[in-house]
Design a protein around this ligand. Structure first.
Ligand code: ADP
Length: 303
């Protein structure tokens, strides 16, 4: 099974022709609400591939929180370790989409930041066994990320650490990550150099894998590079004729990688499926709404 420890948000997405300057008021063209948060996104991406998933997290005691829990349950995700807190509202992201698809995002962590390490340790101990995959990202307090990875290792589960957004973590936590997954921006923070081209992407994955157990760097339209102690490589992206919306593509990739690990996939093979799922996700609008079912991935792989 897969246990995802992480954020669940409501995304408030507005389309606007230009961002307001300080002191200015503008009218948006449209508005929509979507379920989001890296933790919830990755849990949904994984569950769509037919794998049993639990999400460990926190929402507020409000309508958004109730909606998030209902949506996750409708995906078949176990929500028994999602705490409903009265001290903070459900986390949210305010997204402004500009003409051409570029966006700016402001996240209000809210309930996600009420998560405490002791509760996470208990939840991981209850849910995870030695064949489990435990996935965590960085939209929760740093102590919670470290507690997740430590608790996963302690029960013999495999910790997948997605360092997004980038935060400084202790070397021991990084050292247990198998793999540490980052995008190009986060990889630059880790390595100190900018990734330009596949050769450098592979080298960066190798550099990161010397600090972690293994490493994956997602490269957008260039695919993903990976490295373990034994081997490394680059998996090119699948060509996508019309990219509609890249929101949540990285989360789709990570959900797929975790799902493949439950079936005993090698790192390289898991990255291959992650690239396929990422390609499908960018052909549709939204994050969770764009994630494919197992059957669609099978059909894509067969073509
Ligand atoms: P993030 O959104 O976290 O920055 P990426 O943009 O690297 O993540 O996307 C994650 C994965 O989705 C990539 O590794 C790639 O396989 C796939 N992907 C993203 N953008 C495209 C694209 N334009 N064409 C094909 N695949 C893509």
């Amino acid at each position: 099974s897969v246990i995802v420890v992480g954020s669940a948000n409501q995304d408030y997405v507005m389309s606007i022709d230009a961002l307001p300057a300080p002191g200015e008021t503008r009218l948006a063209e449209s508005f929509q609400k979507f379920p989001g948060g890296k933790g919830a996104n990755q849990a949904v991406a994984c569950a769509r591939l037919g794998v049993p998933v639990s999400l460990v997290g926190a929402v507020g005691d409000d309508a958004d929180g109730a909606l998030i829990i209902r949506d996750l349950r409708s995906e078949g995700i176990d929500t028994s370790e999602i705490e409903i807190t009265t001290s903070e509202r459900t986390g949210m992201a305010i997204v402004s989409v500009l003409p051409g698809g570029e966006n700016t995002v402001t996240v209000v962590p809210g309930a996600n930041f009420t998560l405490a390490p002791a509760r996470i340790t208990r939840a991981v101990q209850r849910l995870a066994a030695d064949e489990s995959i435990v996935v965590v990202q960085a939209e929760i307090p740093v102590e919670c990320i470290e507690a997740t990875v430590l608790a996963a290792s302690a029960v013999g589960a495999r910790p997948v650490l997605n360092l997004a957004p980038f935060v400084e973590l202790d070397a021991e936590t990084i050292g247990r990550a198998d793999p540490l997954v980052v995008n190009e921006v986060e990889a630059a923070f880790l390595t100190g150099y900018v990734i330009d081209g596949p050769a450098l992407a592979q080298r960066a994955a190798e550099d990161i894998a010397r600090r972690a157990r293994s490493a994956v760097i997602t490269l957008g339209a260039a695919g993903a590079s990976w490295a373990s102690a034994e081997a490394s490589g680059v998996v090119p992206a699948l060509p996508v004729a019309n990219v509609v919306d890249t929101t949540g593509a990285g989360d789709a990739f990570i959900g797929a990688v975790a799902a493949m690990f439950t079936e005993g996939s090698s790192l390289e093979n898991a990255v291959r499926v992650g690239v396929e799922v990422g390609a499908l996700a960018v052909t549709r609008v939204g994050a969770q709404a764009s994630y494919p079912l197992r059957e669609e991935v099978r059909q894509l792989a067969a073509t």
